[in-house]
Write a protein that binds this ligand. Structure first.
Ligand code: BTN
Length: 321
């Protein structure tokens, strides 16, 4: 099942959300649709996990809402200028990145694709990304105008920074280029894919996966965690999604003033000052991570000469003086 938002579901949920009875006639009149259309929409809400009571003379009443990142529940808390002007929510799909990339060709920027269940989540460097319904999986379509393709790497940092800011009460650090660490373990990953034509960015698809309410077991040497693992408390998925999108929107508006973004990234970038092992696309070396440049590339001091890391994996070895 696939739900586009805004739609009649947003409006019905909005009228029912307080838990009072609302008659089918009133809903139909106010939303200017038939009573059958209202009934069908209520059936959809039920399929999405809501419990709705139907009382003969009183109408509909919302009894239960699932803890899922449904667009209307996100919208209620959204204060963005651009991101989230349209959502598409899938109960199940292969990968939000795949859908977002297809739609990026025809849609305006700001579209957010959210999956309840993702069968073939993709990570960086061809890896798989495992998640459950209790985690967040979303991809955002952006179309930055007048931005040179060399700046594409900034989006990983911006995505990570948005997650870190949304989790501001927790001990969150960024690991170059795309990991968000909670208490030193991976809690979220960012996947940036884009299309470049004639030296211009046509679109960027920013994929964000956050381990929220699932229990994480370490997998293939990845030291993973979830917010639930740390706090032992379930988070509201819609609320957290809105927080991330609100932060992301603010950061996206600041593109063009990268210095400000980079300053905020550096404050949280645990990689700087560490002895690191860089596993590049066709080389490996060790050195001390000293900074990131204006395009977000990592600068590593290798025996006194500075090397710029454009892509690849970085392993934190230990703190250095
Ligand atoms: C990584 O750390 O390697 C990046 C992981 C990115 C995972 C997210 S989940 C939502 C979006 N859809 C995908 O298939 N991948 C990204």
């Amino acid at each position: 099942m696939k739900i586009s938002s805004p739609s009649i579901l947003d409006s019905i949920w909005f009228k029912l959300r307080k838990g009072d009875y609302v008659s089918g006639e009133d809903l139909a009149r106010e939303l200017d649709v038939s009573k059958v259309a209202i009934w069908k929409a209520i059936r959809k809400l039920e399929k999405l996990g809501y419990k709705v009571e139907k009382a003969r003379r009183l109408g509909y009443r919302l009894l239960y809402q699932p803890n899922l990142p449904h667009p209307w529940r996100i919208r209620e808390r959204l204060g963005t200028k651009l991101i989230g002007r349209r959502f598409i929510y899938y109960k199940e799909l292969d990968s939000t990145q795949r859908v977002a990339k297809e739609l990026a060709e025809v849609e305006k920027e700001g579209l957010v694709i959210i999956a309840e269940k993702q069968r073939r989540g993709r990570g960086r460097l061809g890896r798989i990304w495992l998640s459950s319904v209790d985690d967040l999986k979303m991809s955002i379509v952006l179309k930055p105008s007048n931005l040179h393709p060399v700046k594409l790497g900034l989006f990983s940092l911006i995505g990570g920074l948005a997650v870190a800011k949304a989790l501001k009460n927790l001990d969150v650090k960024l690991k170059w280029p795309n990991d968000v660490l909670l208490n030193g373990r991976k809690v979220a990953g960012i996947l940036v894919e884009g299309k470049v034509e004639a030296d211009k960015i046509s679109y960027v698809v920013l994929g964000i996966g956050i381990n929220v309410n699932s229990k994480k077991r370490n997998l293939r040497g990845i030291n993973a965690t979830s917010i639930y693992d740390v706090l032992n408390e379930k988070q509201d998925l819609a609320e957290l999604t809105a927080k991330v999108l609100n932060e992301l929107d603010l950061l996206y508006m600041k593109i063009g003033d990268e210095a400000r973004i980079l300053r905020e990234v550096k404050e949280r970038l645990g990689t700087i000052g560490k002895l690191v092992k860089v596993i590049g696309l066709d080389e490996e070396f060790k050195g001390k991570a000293i900074d990131i440049d204006e395009n977000g590339f990592l600068l590593v001091d290798v025996n006194g000469s500075v090397r710029k890391v454009l892509a690849g994996d970085v392993i934190h070895l230990k703190e250095t003086a």
